[in-house]
Design a protein around this ligand. Sequence first.
Ligand SMILES: Nc1ncnc2c1ncn2[C@@H]1O[C@H](COP(=O)(O)OP(=O)(O)OP(=O)(O)O)[C@@H](O)[C@H]1O
Ligand SMILES: [Mg+2]
Length: 402
Amino acid sequence: MWRRLSPRRICLGIILITAVAILYAAFKASSIIIPKACTDDQTTRIFDNLCNLYQSQAVGGNLCEVICTSKSIIYEDCLFKGKGKKVIAATYNSKKIILKSRNERLEEFELLFSANDKGGFAPPEMDYDSFKSMFKSHMEALMGMKLVDSEDVLLSKMWTSPILQNDELTPGEMNSVWTLVQQSEFNYLKYFHGAQFLPDIYGSCGHFYAVEYIPSGKILDPSLLSLSEQWDSAPWPNRAKIGLSLMDLIASTETFYSEILHLCDVKPDNFGVTEDFQVKAIDIDISFFTPQMRDYLQQPDCTADEECDFFDCHGACNKSTQKCLDVRTNNNFQSVCSDILMHHHTYPGLLRNPPAEVATEITELLDKCVNPSREEKYIQTPSITKTFQRLHSLLKESLQIR
Ligand SMILES: Nc1ncnc2c1ncn2[C@@H]1O[C@H](COP(=O)(O)OP(=O)(O)OP(=O)(O)O)[C@@H](O)[C@H]1O
Ligand SMILES: [Mg+2]
């Protein structure tokens, strides 16, 4: 029998067995629950430190009382790993919420006043008017543009407790709001509170802020599912609705304010999905309005376009001056197409396996979305192109297919 097997067949057999072994290993690996990097002890330490600071009036915020005194915010789970933001899931009035801060400890932020030996903060050396004016300049630098709000209005907008007329923030409160506005996600959520594509913000205590709980869920973040579940778990209508809401979100990033908000960290787990399939941006730290985007993009020296990329926001190199240009050469829609809608590394792609009636056109549109012509690439186009509009109506049509 062995004599009848040609070398070609033996080779094919080996390739087949190897392929099956690799697939099996990948299947097993994708089913393994990756251990969490954070621990409950670490979260307890975070709450203890925060509440000690609150007791000594070194921090403030509308949620300190419910975290530290009535303890009606109840810890559920920690969701962070490594050097990322400290993200804690908790319940408040039976509702799930998220507490977040870029750093674990207050002292890791730039502070306005240093702690005195009693654990409280030394009285400010600067007068209150100087603080308000510094606060406004800082916010304008962060947003990369002039803000129309007066100093008082801006501070009231950004602080999480009401500021009565002629009232002043205490040194602890000033330090708290100062650490919060060093976190760009807090700035966007608080300044644009009410924007439909952003999670609600509930308030803060010290350097932590609390937001609406909107997990990515198994459809958008299937990293903990097995390979077979990834392909089977989500029916097309649910994925099409999420795709539509994601496209509406992209449209909003270009229309909700006078400047486009460039999303430069686009990946499935940076978006949350509500129970009725509405998508919200749950991680917008690496997002910039156009003036600031231009500023960041043009800074590096370069010899190739790729050296001008800022995460998912792509730049271009002026080869003669060897400096990056101040233009973004892709748009939010293109980033979402390549990193979420289409297959991407281990992510199977939100719009995988569409109904046969729309399959070919969806593939063509996604291809057009991620591979614009060279000329188009250098013109900074807005997201709402013909390709965008056609994909949007095709997804809507696909919901009618029985
Ligand atoms: N509003 C939210 N609702 C539900 N889960 C959230 C929310 N915000 C964050 N998370 C969870 O916490 C994780 C980390 O949060 P986030 O992405 O803001 O931090 P990060 O440090 O930027 O992480 P990464 O670098 O992995 O993107 C998210 O991937 C998500 O699972
Ligand atoms: Mg993230």
